[in-house]
Design a protein. Structure first.
Length: 162
């Protein structure tokens, strides 16, 4: 089902909810996935790193809930893309952490993809506002755009300007 631009902020909030749950799991149970993803239990340093990731996920979720707009969502996409790239790099160079890093890269890619889609839908109202502002300018004697032909027209009768 395709959703319109008006649902985009609520989608951003739902994305933040999923992110917050993941952040809480990382923060409160950093070794939860260790028995499935790595060959040995997490050491102290590994738990600290996973908890730091949890704090980042929670912070990003809180910021996005506070302002689920295009700019904030786009910054989140960048953070997720950077995290995914760093996890792919770790997977390339560490046999022990490869599976965990690939799972984290997959999660980061999913967050980045969904965040980008929501950011695009969130920007649609801004684009409509810009078109509306242009039409107000046209009503004040400025040239407008004939949407059927894409050519500028005058405000009287829609005659092409040339």
């Amino acid at each position: 089902m395709r959703r319109g631009p008006s649902s985009a902020p609520s989608e951003g909030i739902r994305l933040s909810g999923v992110r917050a749950v993941l952040g809480l799991v990382h923060l409160l149970a950093p070794g939860l996935a260790s028995r499935h993803l790595v060959s040995q239990p997490f050491g102290r340093g590994s738990r600290v790193a996973v908890r730091a990731l949890g704090v980042r996920q929670l912070a990003q979720a809180l910021v996005t809930v506070g302002a689920p707009n295009t700019a904030v969502l786009s910054l989140g996409v960048g953070a997720d893309a950077a995290h995914g790239a760093s996890m792919l790099t770790l997977a390339l160079f560490s046999r022990r952490w490869r599976r965990a890093a690939l799972v984290e890269a997959l999660i980061a890619t999913a967050f980045a993809s969904v965040g980008a889609a929501v950011a695009v839908r969130t920007s649609a109202p801004a684009a409509r506002a810009m078109v509306s502002a242009l039409s107000v300018g046209a009503s004040r004697g400025l040239p407008s755009l004939n949407l059927s032909s894409g050519e500028p027209t005058d405000e009287l009768g829609g005659r092409p300007l040339a």
